[in-house]
Design a protein around this ligand. Sequence first.
Ligand code: PMT
Length: 313
Amino acid sequence: MASNWEEFYSSHPQPANLSKNEDLLRDFTARHLNGDTRVVLVTSGGTTVPLEHNTVRFVDNFSAGTRGSASTEYFLDHGYAVVFMHRVKSLQPFSRHFTGQKFLNMLDLIETKDGTSVTVTSENIPKIADVLRKYKSALANGKLLELSFTTVYEYLWLLRSACQILAPLKEKCILYLAAAVSDFYIPPNEMSVHKIASTKPQTISLQLVPKILAPLVSLWVPNAFVVSFKLETNKDLLIDKAREALNKYKHKLVIANMLQNYRQKVTLVTQQSSYVIELTTEQSRIGEEIEMYIVKNIVDKHEEFIADRSGRS
Ligand code: PMT
C-alpha cells in the first residue's frame, strides 16, 4: 500500500497522454503568464477506481459535472482563462445546455423534393446563438483549455502536472477543486489482471488514497488561491469537516455542501468566517444557478487576495 503521495505516484505509471496534455498546459500558461488575465483550474466530475487491470468493473464517485462546468462559464464571464479538467463524458461548459434530447428538440427537419436540410427552430435561435457566441469567443481568445481523466490515477497525475505548470502564474491563479475524488483504491499488485470471475462472492479490500491537497497547497502551487469542496451527507459533520480541512492544509477556502441539497445551498468556510449562499425557491424556479453566486464570491475573494499580496511585496 502507498503510505504517502510520493509512493502513490511511484507505484502508478503515468498515463500515456500525459506528455501531450503537459504541452497544452505549457502553451496555455505561456499565453497568460505576462498579461492581466487571471487563470483558474477547475476540476470536475468523479474519478473511478478500477477493480481489474483489464477493466470491466470500477467503483465510481458521485458527480455529474454540473458544478464544474457551470462554474467554468461564470469564470469566463468574469474574464478568467480556464483550464477545465473533467471526467470523460461528464458535463462540459456550453454543451451542457443541450444534453440528451434537448438539442434534437431544438432542430427542424425539412424534407423537400430538392433535398433535406436541418435548421434551428426560430424560438431556439437566441439561446443557441448566445451559448455559441460565448463558446467561440472563449476558444478564439485562448481562454478555455479542456483536459480529461477517468481513473483516480489519471486525475492525480494530470492534477500534479497542471499545478506544476500553472505555478509560475502565482497569485493570479485559482485552483477550484470541485471534482469528487476517490478516497479508496486497490493497489495495482492486488488488482486482478482479468475480469473477476463471477463464480463466488468476493471480498474486496480498499486502501486509502493519500490526500493530495497536502502537497498541492504546500509544494506545487504555494502562491495560488486554492479552493476545495467538501461533500457530506450528515449535516452535523459538514462545517467541522470543512474547518478540519482548512486547518490541516492551510488553503484559502472550503465550499461545504450536502448531497441532499448541493444545487441550492453551499457554505463558504474560511479561516475567519463561514457564510451561506442559498437560492430562494423563486431563483430556482426561474433557472438561476448557484454557481453564478459562488463564482462571484470567489472572484471577489481572489481580488482581495491579490491586493493583499501586492500590498505586502
Ligand atoms: O458535479 P455535480 O453533480 O454538480 O456535484 C458537485 C459536487 C457535489 C461533487 C461538488 O460540489 C463537491 O462537493 N466536490 C467535492 C467532493 C469530494 O470529493 O469531497 P471529499 O470530501 O471527498 O474531498 C474533499 C477535498 O479533498 C476535495 O476538494 C478533493 O479535491 C480533495 N481530495 C480528495 C481525495 C483525495 N485523495 N485527495 C484530495 O485532495
